[in-house]
Design a protein around this ligand. Structure first.
Ligand code: GDP
Length: 363
């Protein structure tokens, strides 16, 4: 059977390394585990725990990240056996969303996901403490503290949900999107690892960094101002990447964080032809855009990394894309700077069409 890309351990490990790099965390070692099912107590199993301990000492590791979800007890046991921070995949993803959430709604969604993540861990710890504590009938040390903290979190969940409700209502009342200025924004969307940040650098020649201009100093570092060939300035925004095997509990936080895409005038949807199934990835991106209400924003499909594929491979991919009318695909290599100037021209002409459409509409 063909393996799906979201089940390939190498692809998932590369993606995790990239997500960690986004958090300024460098991967220095990797341990592969080939068990049929995870060890219920430690996920890794005895042998691998020892191996991990050796690696931690050898490389001076601060954090061990498991590329899967850990049960609260596994998390707790690993922490005490390894003596370092232990994170799991959902936690890494939440950290990424946290760093990329700007709107009130996105921030609330991420906070909610974080609380919901922590509650069962505290429950597990409370139980373990009471089991290991003194004689029968006595409370374990720290149990009340865990309990107190857990109850506080549970109250917070309720209050966050209430706040979210209010934010949503307010947003519905003022449908009109706030515009930072008259400058057009182009959002770059696609899976993590498709080359979004490399493309942002290529499009902006790495020189026009936002903070050079006071007006944009409050924008996030993934936004750059670029002068198009015809002289017009636009903002390019790198967005939170799609992630393979996204845990369901994080879908709402992901969508809210991505929702800022709604403010863009044009989308660049980046696809990676080296992906096991680029068409399927594109479908997921399109579906999600629809769900966040961005379906009507004009877009250009950017087929990246063409330096890595043969001409006929590219041709067949372009044919299979079967784009609806009005959509176009531009093949580029962000890394090797191939066809970037063509892409910039396409962006410019798309934006000028959009501008004139808006004029017609408002006239
Ligand atoms: P992002 O997660 O979508 O922002 O992806 P990155 O821009 O960080 O790129 C992911 C990986 O793909 C990096 O190792 C890049 O060097 C590589 N990459 C990006 N664009 C290209 C390209 O056009 N050609 C090749 N060969 N590699 C690329």
């Amino acid at each position: 059977d063909r393996q799906r890309s979201d089940e390939d351990p190498d692809i998932l490990a590369d993606e995790l390394a990239l997500l960690l790099a986004n958090l300024n965390i460098k991967v220095v070692g990797r341990i592969d585990q080939k068990r049929i099912s995870p060890d219920p107590a430690t996920f890794l199993g005895k042998g691998k725990v020892l191996e991990a301990r050796e690696l931690i000492n050898l490389l001076g590791v601060n954090i061990v990240v498991c590329n899967d979800s850990l049960l609260p007890t596994q998390l707790h046991n690993l922490r005490s056996l390894l003596g370092v921070e232990v994170w799991d995949r959902p936690f890494v993803i939440m950290k990424i969303f946290e760093s990329r959430a700007h709107s009130a709604e996105a921030k609330l969604q991420v906070e909610l996901a974080m609380c919901k993540y922590e509650i069962p861990i505290l429950k597990g710890l409370g139980k373990q403490m009471s089991q290991t504590g003194g004689g029968i009938g006595t409370r374990g040390p720290g149990e009340t503290e865990f309990e107190r903290h857990r109850r506080k979190l549970e109250r917070k969940v309720v209050s966050l949900q209430r706040k979210l409700e209010q934010v949503r209502k307010r947003r519905c009342n003022s449908r009109k999107r706030r515009k930072r200025s008259n400058i057009s924004t182009v959002a770059i969307v696609g899976y993590t690892n498709s080359g979004k940040s490399t493309l942002l650098r290529a499009l902006s020649h790495d020189d026009e960094i936002y903070c050079a201009d006071k007006l944009f100093a409050t924008l996030d570092p993934k936004v750059r101002r670029v002068k198009l060939p015809g002289g017009k300035h636009v903002l390019f925004a790198d967005t939170v990447g799609f992630i393979r095997k996204l845990p369901v509990e994080l879908v709402a936080a992901f969508r809210a964080t991505l929702e800022e895409v709604n403010e863009a005038n044009l989308l660049l949807v980046v696809i990676d032809p080296l992906d096991k199934d680029p068409l399927e990835s594109l479908t997921v991106v399109e579906e999600t855009l629809k769900q966040i209400g961005a379906a009507s924003i004009p877009r250009i499909i950017v087929v990246n990394k063409i330096d890595m594929i043969e001409k006929d491979q590219l041709q067949s991919l372009l044919e299979r894309l079967s784009l609806p009318s009005g959509f176009e695909a531009v093949p580029v290599s962000a890394l090797k700077n191939i066809n970037i100037s063509t892409l910039l021209k396409r962006i410019e002409s798309s934006l000028s069409h959009i501008d004139s459409d808006v004029k017609l509409f408002t006239d």
